[in-house]
Write a protein that binds this ligand. Structure first.
Ligand SMILES: [Zn+2]
Ligand SMILES: [Zn+2]
Length: 213
């Protein structure tokens, strides 16, 4: 098995969790032994998010999607953004808020759960009034946490540890753009994403009655 950052290997991870006897959980109750909390911070691409969300649904998995309200890369209030939220819910996923310090824009679109985008240590684990902070106890501690930041696993790809049930429970943070767009490095994945984005934007132009003849 190659531990590349592809949708195929993301599927392997889900199957490893299932084969390891884990069940999927969210941020509404303290993690119990045997829980895998799939968390996705959506920094860049709703299309990338939906591609990963579909794979999870096919595998009988569900996760919590942290979406931004102040992204320069996507607009959650656009028709495309509203469709993305609706599709995530339709597939059985949960939607929470990926906030940019210090603004928390919790509204009816989100569960009261917040993950800060690129947090500084000073506030990363601080309680948030009226919401769960995903990086505070009981949802976070270093032994029960893995993340794919910048297309690198700090402690190696967790598929084997999941299959062998080596985690009591786990919060697994993945960024969908890394998995949905091809590339052996973060740079290459970003180039793939930008290529796909150009095609999507041409489509938006057509839909906006721009004459491209
Ligand atoms: Zn792997
Ligand atoms: Zn982020």
């Amino acid at each position: 098995m190659t531990c590349d950052f592809s949708l195929a290997h993301y599927r392997d991870l889900l199957r490893a969790a299932r084969d390891g006897g884990y069940r999927f959980a969210g941020f509404d109750a303290a993690p119990e032994p045997g829980a895998v909390i799939l968390r996705h911070d959506v920094d860049l691409s709703l299309d990338g998010a939906l591609a990963v969300a579909e794979v999870e649904a096919e595998e009988g998995a569900w996760s919590t999607w942290f979406l931004m309200t102040r992204s320069v890369f996507y607009n959650l209030a656009s028709p495309e953004g509203e469709r993305a939220i609706a599709r995530l819910r339709e597939l059985g996923h949960r939607v929470a808020h990926h906030a940019v310090w210090p603004d928390v824009d919790l509204d009816e679109r989100f569960e009261p759960v917040v993950a800060w985008h690129n947090p500084d240590p000073e506030y990363m684990r601080a309680p948030i009034e009226g919401a769960v902070n995903v990086m505070e106890p009981p949802f976070f501690d270093p032994d029960h946490y893995r993340s794919d930041s910048n297309q690198q696993w700090r402690h190696g790809c967790p598929h084997d540890d999941l299959r062998q049930h080596r985690f009591e429970w786990l919060q697994l943070l993945t960024h969908p753009e890394i998995w949905a767009f091809d590339g052996a490095t973060m740079r290459e994945s970003m180039e793939s994403m930008l290529d796909a984005d150009r095609a999507a934007r041409l489509e938006h132009l057509r839909n906006d009655r721009i004459d491209l003849s």
